[in-house]
Design a protein around this ligand. Structure first.
Ligand SMILES: Cc1cc2nc3c(=O)[nH]c(=O)nc-3n(C[C@H](O)[C@H](O)[C@H](O)COP(=O)(O)O)c2cc1C
Length: 380
């Protein structure tokens, strides 16, 4: 991104997810998509103010474009947290107003803040006063009995006065009592129309839709009606769907400021790219399992998926590099070298194959390549 130009965010993002979108997952997924927008897990404002900031906030530059998501309810604390995080080169600070977990509710943050729209507006104001970065809000279409479209409009009308740069709307109500967070992501019905209508009624707002988007085809549909699409669980469970994301975004001119960057052309390259990362992290004391646990979905739906998952689960040594090297030898080569997915065609019918050159230009000396060449050679 050119210094000095205003930041334009890409129209496709991977949702903030606790225990999932930590820096290791983000590093991993950058091997698959260079331009999709990433979020941290929610970091509490109290932790930023009182905790070990480097541990909480450091990230690798390849993770950009990246938004820091914070969770809090105290206005002063939110302001202090944002000011304290300012030296880190995040592209945005996002406020979590969508999480319905009991623990989060006990602290008065997350989805229950939807009941306090004026307070959310004050929080956004205070955050904006303490950062040069865009401040955005992620919320639900409603909460408990505030479940009508008119309630959503009331929330957005009040909060927009504080000038958030975007509303990311999870298209389900959150029920604060009686449902677990997991149930709250599945049971309240999806109401995409409310989000579309919000964009129609407030065309000047930047509106991102979220909730059960599982493919780029789905995302393409939503993008006819809203500005951006956020994908959560499908990105974590089946990350390869993002192998077509960069072509998808660049072909449509919605890749944002950072634009296209080189990514891996097949899953084997994703694994190879992770090996030096694991080695570096191992030397710094991070057990490999904390990293490879985020890679379990890499082969989802392909031959070898079960073997891959089994090898990276259970009791693992601190150094997981030998396991990855072994997997490069043992997994079916068709799965290892299957190219990036094709993106859905643009409206004009064009499409560009998503397969891109290797990230490091390394000579193809890996044995999975040799095996691939052997398999391709005429038999007999
Ligand atoms: C394991 C998990 C952790 C989550 N943690 C957060 C979080 O920290 N902050 C947040 O705003 N939403 C969180 N969410 C909600 C997601 O960001 C997203 O809104 C939700 O999963 C719906 O999108 P999806 O249907 O594409 O998964 C989490 C979801 C999951 C599955």
């Amino acid at each position: 991104m050119n210094v000095g130009t205003p930041f334009v965010r890409p129209a496709l993002s991977i949702a903030p997810m606790m225990d999932c979108t930590d820096r290791h997952f983000r590093y991993f997924v950058r091997g698959i998509t260079g331009c999709s927008y990433l979020y941290t897990e929610m970091v509490s404002t109290a932790a930023i103010v009182h905790g070990d900031r480097r541990w909480l906030l450091d990230f690798d530059r390849c993770e950009s474009p990246l938004a820091l998501q914070v969770g809090g309810s105290d206005i002063d604390e939110a302001a202090k947290a944002v000011a304290a995080a300012e030296p880190w080169p995040y592209d945005e600070v996002n406020l979590n107003v969508g999480c319905p977990s009991d623990r989060v509710q006990e602290r008065g943050l997350g989805a229950c803040l939807m009941l306090r729209r004026e307070h959310v507006a004050r929080m956004v104001e205070a955050m904006r006063a303490n950062t040069a970065k865009p401040v955005t809000v992620k919320h639900r279409i409603g909460v408990d009995t505030l479940d009508r479209y008119e309630d959503l409009v009331r929330f957005v009308s009040v909060v927009r006065e504080a000038g958030p740069a975007r509303f990311t709307v999870h298209a389900r109500i959150a029920w604060l009592e009686g449902l677990s967070p997991k149930e709250n992501r599945n049971i309240p019905p999806l109401r995409y129309d409310d989000v579309y209508r919000l964009k129609r009624d407030f065309p000047e707002l930047d509106v991102e839709i979220n909730g059960h988007v599982v493919s780029l085809n789905d995302a393409d549909e939503h993008l006819q009606r809203v500005d951006a699409v956020m994908i959560g669980r499908a990105a974590y469970d089946t990350p390869w769907i993002f192998s077509a994301a960069d072509s998808f975004l660049t072909e449509r001119g919605i890749a944002g400021s950072y634009g296209a960057r080189e990514t891996c052309s097949c899953r084997a390259e994703v694994i190879e790219r992770m090996i030096p990362y694991l080695e570096r992290r191992h030397r710094a004391g991070t057990p490999g399992r904390k990293i490879v646990r985020h890679m379990l979905g890499l082969f989802a739906g392909l031959p070898g998926a079960r073997q891959w998952k089994r090898s990276l689960s259970g009791k693992l040594p601190d150094d997981c590099v030998p396991i990855l090297r072994r997997m490069l030898e043992e997994l079916p080569h068709e799965s290892l070298i299957e190219p990036a997915d094709d993106p859905p065609p643009c409206e004009d019918g064009t499409t560009q194959h998503g397969c891109r050159p290797p990230t490091d230009g390394a000579a193809p000396t890996q044995s999975y390549r040799k095996r691939a060449d052997e398999a391709a050679a005429p038999k007999g």
